[in-house]
Design a protein around this ligand. Structure first.
Ligand code: F6P
Length: 322
């Protein structure tokens, strides 16, 4: 391999820049040229590229967002879009790609590998930590800390005003951010995607707790479980209490990556380049029990059972201690 491309795709995540830096520096050290592709698959389709060298990635290890910019490309889901992307790859003499992104990005990368023969290796960059066979994804640690910081602040007003707050966090399919920040923030309840919200049980718990003298509650809700606004209205109606919704939104994706995300991104970025150079493709770098391994995209995207058990156990602990 003489030239590789690198792109970031889907939602940005803290640590993506650290991964880009590592990809560029590792490749350069191996004598491989690097082309940055802007705006993920959109940039591949439109031929938006920029050459990267060791100096272009100076001082980005601690910066949030992604210097390559990112997008969710509808066009890339079509054969015509993929054809244009492959044309850009061929015209630029790109021998392999490193794709930094999440679930949707890897499904695209898998198509590039399987249907178009474009060699590529993934680096899991998403705050959601919703990929199977990796203990962590780049960005999830920082994001949980951002949410926790918000919960801690909200807790001050919760206990001062004795209200109920429903805090909506990101995670359309997986409760990772909700369950981790909920546990760390001492939340009284966490609502998961796919969970039937049992309002009668919630109302009973809140009412009984108030009778025991516990007057404030924090409910963390994954966006996939429902809207904080709707849920707080319903709880307010049923309990007659002052229930406030808070939607944290995109602040969860911003900010300087914490040490864990920088280290993970740096290790994974270099590992992805090494894997490409060894001839691997159609796989994502993953971390399992502190060891970096390669996992086929299909497994990473569609098999996530181990996390369900972990989340259920963490939920049990939250309820036991609340
Ligand atoms: O995939 C990361 C993520 O932040 C999800 O948690 C969230 O559901 C989604 O992206 C929001 O995407 P967008 O910024 O495109 O609305």
């Amino acid at each position: 391999m003489r030239k590789i491309g690198v792109l970031t795709s889907g939602g940005d995540a803290p640590g993506m820049n650290a991964a880009i830096r590592s990809v560029v520096r590792k490749a350069t050290r191996e004598g491989v040229e690097v082309l940055g592709i802007l705006r993920g698959y959109e940039g591949l389709i439109n031929g938006e590229t920029m050459p990267l060298n060791s100096r272009s990635v100076s001082n980005i290890i601690g910066r949030g967002g992604t210097i390559l910019k990112t997008a969710r490309s509808k066009e890339f889901e079509t054969r015509a879009g993929q054809e244009k992307a492959v044309k850009t790859i061929k015209e630029n003499g790109i021998d392999g790609l490193v794709v930094i992104g999440g679930n949707g990005s890897f499904q695209g990368a898998n198509i590039l590998d399987k249907e178009w023969g474009i060699r590529n290796v993934g680096v899991p960059g998403t705050i959601d930590n919703d990929l199977g066979y990796t203990d962590y994804t780049v960005g999830c640690s920082t994001s949980v800390d951002t949410v926790l910081d918000a919960i801690d602040k909200i807790r001050d007003t919760v206990s001062s005003m004795e209200r109920i707050y429903v805090i909506e966090v990101m995670g359309r399919q997986e409760p990772y951010i909700a369950v981790m920040s909920g546990l760390a923030g001492g939340a009284e309840e966490v609502l998961f995607p796919g969970m039937e919200i049992d309002y009668a049980k919630l109302t009973k718990e809140i009412t009984e707790a108030r009778a025991r003298g516990k007057r404030s509650w924090i409910i963390v809700v994954s966006e996939g479980a429902g809207s904080a606004i709707v849920i707080s209205e319903e709880i307010g109606r049923l309990t007659g209490l002052d229930v406030r919704p808070i939607v944290l939104g995109h602040i969860q994706r911003g900010g300087s990556p914490d040490a864990s995300d920088r280290v993970l991104a740096t290790c994974m970025g270099g590992y992805a380049v090494a894997a490409l150079l060894k001839g691997h493709s159609g796989v994502t770098v993953s971390i399992q029990r502190r060891e970096l391994v390669l996992v086929p995209y299909e497994k990473a995207c569609f098999e996530r059972d181990k996390d369900r058990k972990l989340h259920a156990e963490l939920y049990r602990i939250i309820k036991e201690l609340s």
